[in-house]
Design a protein around this ligand. Sequence first.
Ligand code: OGA
Ligand code: MN
Length: 276
Amino acid sequence: MTTTKLAPNIGVEITGLTGRELPARKVADDCQAALDQYGVVVYREIHIDDGDLVAFSRLLGEVVVPKVNDPGEHPEIARITLDPQKSVLAGYRRGNFLWHIDGATDELPQKGTLLTAREVDPAGGDTEFANTYAAYEALSDTEKAEIADLRVVHSFAAAQAVAYPDATAKQRADWEKVPTRVHPLVWTRRSGRKSLLIGATADTVVGRPADRGRELLGRLLDWSTRPRFSLRHQWHRGDLVIWDNTGMLHRALPFEPTSRRLMHRTTLVGQELVSA
Ligand code: OGA
Ligand code: MN
């Protein structure tokens, strides 16, 4: 097994393993250590099957069983696609084209996400990641002090409205069923590490006029997603990419709604409340 850094501030590739070998304690521990250090772990063309994906996910944490999901042998696995024939949730997935953190409107955003490519799009659909631990760390002390106590309203509806500008009233009413959630802007861990909890769901700053809050959130997003904090992954079939979802913004680059692109995804239950 060898590990290779992928970019200065984010990402590592682990080679020398097959999909069958992943569900093992030692492999999971190495993966967790790599996630803690680099934020994103890539296993290229490892071709892990669904059963092993769930087994490996369980070694990394408690696995989320999505409340709404497609029928299948593994209720933990979500099918990520824009094709409504392949998933009942396809009509929400354009939201993945916007920088986001998974579960940002949940009380406890997911600890991590595992995404493996079953079908890729030859013309697009890379995934980008941005490390908000590194982005926070690189702010000046003045900027850190300015944002230290801010709280942010996260809204699923606000994010979806950007992804689907032509949505119907029915779609908007459906998004509004997801309650908004207030989180601190700066997420401080028990370990002392800090990341920024921003992205498409970050709608307004508590106590500030909406436009001024959005302006600040927009600036922090631009900063965090600069090339120096980012990684772009070009998918091959069978790739498995895992990220620390508590600090890695991510987004899919555009692909057509008719694309055959299909990902299988598991997520890990969050471990630490977003507390200031
Ligand atoms: C996700 C996600 C990005 C992609 O599944 O949570 O953001 O490139 N996916 O499919
Ligand atoms: Mn996501």
